[in-house]
Design a protein around this ligand. Structure first.
Ligand code: SF4
Length: 357
């Protein structure tokens, strides 16, 4: 299919998702209206509740070489390290922020860390806490993924990054786009709650690319999706490229929310890199319903450069302040329990007609 036809089809799909708003370039009053509609869709589905989780970054080794990420394997300037699972377990069992209900364990694509750090940590947390456990570890073997699930993790975050396969290859995204999408579908088939995500405003990517991203997200078996603004990291091949517009990023988030009111859409810390004056809060007002408190130990944080060295760390205080300013409140229910309840309701619904027979 040629590009013009593909693009026209995509625009008509997007228009169906949010009638009356026909551009991701919405600015001024049109943007306010778009975000207000997204916020209303969120409230209609979730009320004022925002999920609050912690993230621990456990390894900055990565076998991939994505042009948009400072942790790419060709970056020799990083001190690479893996955390000790016992230290992280202690932190999460005895010193975790009181507002969190879930934890996301994240690393570069590093199967060694999955076996040596993540699996033991998940087993301890499952035994000692009732935290919901998600992982964000890249594309792993089926065997390793199944071990994580058996150990007690229930949500897998695997971002497709960008929906254009040729650009994906040119930017050396992880594996191939096809592999990534196949992995997402396989995880969902295995019973994982799968969340994905894409980058807004990569160099050379305009509105048609964002529409393609939204369309792919909508076609995947997901329970949520993130949008991260492209941030040019000094230690990457894209170090001199312009940063993504915060408005494009927020408009994509609002579009996601309107497309899927039931999804979990995170407010990412990079929103505050794109717009230091309140970017994160604007995310919560444009349809986001998940906040993340970073509790990664200091030594790892410095060299965990998915965006750039000068990171914006979301502490519990900053997260709670943003939630309050958005007129929302932390959820007492964990993401894991929310998804489990939803799955249970769907199963009951499927069984209902047969039962009435
Ligand atoms: S984006 Fe992920 S897979 Fe790519 S280099 Fe960074 S950590 Fe590795």
């Amino acid at each position: 299919m040629d590009f013009a036809v593909r693009f026209t089809n995509t625009v008509s799909v997007i228009s169906r998702w949010f009638p009356g708003v026909d551009s991701l370039e919405a600015a001024g009053a049109a943007q306010e209206e778009l975000h207000a509609r997204a916020n209303q869709a969120l409230r209609d589905h979730f009320g004022r509740r925002v999920f609050v989780r912690a993230v621990v970054e456990v390894s900055n080794f990565c076998r991939e070489n994505c042009h948009y990420c400072g942790m790419r394997r060709d970056n020799r300037g990083l001190a690479r390290r893996r955390e000790d699972p016992e230290v992280l377990a202690e932190l999460l069992i005895r010193n975790r922020p009181l507002s969190i209900t879930d934890v996301n364990i994240q690393a570069g694509e590093d199967p060694v860390a999955v076996r040596g750090v993540v699996l033991p940590l998940v087993r301890i947390l499952r035994r000692e806490t009732n935290l919901g456990i998600s992982v964000c570890l890249g594309t792993l073997s089926q065997e390793l993924s199944s071990e994580l699930q058996e150990a007690g993790a229930s949500t897998y975050i695997v971002k497709f990054e960008l929906a254009d396969a040729a650009r994906y290859e040119a930017l050396e995204g992880p594996g191939t786009l096809e592999e990534r999408v196949t992995y997402i579908r396989w995880l969902a088939d295995q019973g994982w709650n799968v969340s994905s995500g894409f980058i807004a405003g990569l160099p050379g990517e305009g509105i048609p690319s964002m529409l393609q991203n939204l369309k792919l997200a909508g076609a995947l078996p997901l329970i949520g999706c993130s949008v991260s603004p492209f941030v040019s990291g000094a230690e990457t091949p894209l170090g001199h490229a312009p940063q993504a517009s915060i408005d494009l990023t927020l408009n994509c988030m609002a579009a996601l929310r309107l497309m899927r009111p039931d999804w979990v859409v995170p407010a990412v810390s990079a929103l505050n890199l794109s717009a230091p004056q309140g970017g994160y809060l604007r995310g919560l007002l444009a349809g986001a319903n998940l906040c993340t408190i970073n509790i990664t130990p200091e030594a790892m944080r410095e060299d965990y450069v998915i965006y750039k060295r000068d990171r914006f760390i979301m502490t519990e205080e900053r997260v709670l302040e943003a939630i309050d300013s958005a007129g929302m409140e932390p959820s007492m229910t964990s993401l894991a329990s929310h998804f489990a309840a939803r799955r249970c309701a769907a199963t009951l619904q499927e069984a209902a007609p047969a039962g009435r027979g």
